[in-house]
Design a binder for this molecule. Structure first.
Ligand SMILES: [Zn+2]
Length: 192
């Protein structure tokens, strides 16, 4: 039996395998490589749920406009990541979209009475924060570590923080395991 997917990788129906919030946001379009992808951000409430699952604690008050911004931001991050992985120049439209959201509404990180981190702001401000984290990622040294899962049919992006920079799968428990099983079957077949 393959290992179950660790709970940390799956929260409230969303996948968090990327090791970076901005890359995880791209996974809200599920089955991206299939003829009919599944948009997990279908209504404004889904944006609120993702923001909570992503660790912001509150994503209150998402509107239809926020849903539109969320999808635009998501595809901008996707297009930039795919271009970087391919060694191509940043697509101008994606860069403009990302920068626009990053320069928009602000949510403030605050220290709460217990010494923990609490975000103060609405959904628009928190989406702005996701965009700013994406800008810092693409504009920084870690941009060279952005990868796309090598499993067939999987488009999930992740940040390769492995020491040898040789991580191939979005999730060892999911895609890595499937690939190992497939490789085992291939070897067994060729030995028969
Ligand atoms: Zn994968």
């Amino acid at each position: 039996m393959p290992d179950p997917i660790p709970p940390a990788e799956q929260r409230d129906g969303f996948r968090f395998r990327g090791g970076h919030r901005a890359l995880d946001f791209v996974a809200t379009l599920a089955a991206r490589l299939k003829p009919v992808p599944r948009d997990l951000l279908a209504v404004p409430g889904d944006v609120e749920r993702w923001l909570v699952a992503a660790g912001f604690a509150s994503g209150a008050g998402a509107t239809e406009a926020d849903l539109f911004t969320a999808r635009r931001l998501r595809e901008a991050i996707h297009d930039l990541a795919v271009a970087r992985i391919a060694g191509e120049p940043d697509p101008a439209e994606a860069r403009a979209d990302l920068n626009a959201v990053a320069a928009g509404s602000v949510a403030a990180p605050q220290l709460d009475p217990t010494g923990g981190l609490a975000w103060q702001g609405n959904a628009a401000g928190l989406l702005g924060e996701v965009a700013r984290e994406a800008v810092l990622l693409f504009g920084g040294a870690q941009a060279l570590r952005i990868r796309q899962c090598e499993a067939e049919g999987c488009a999930i992006l992740f940040l390769d923080t492995s020491r040898a920079h040789d991580r191939r799968w979005c999730s060892m428990a999911a895609c890595g395991n499937k690939a190992k099983v497939a490789e085992f079957r291939r070897r067994k077949r060729s030995a028969e």
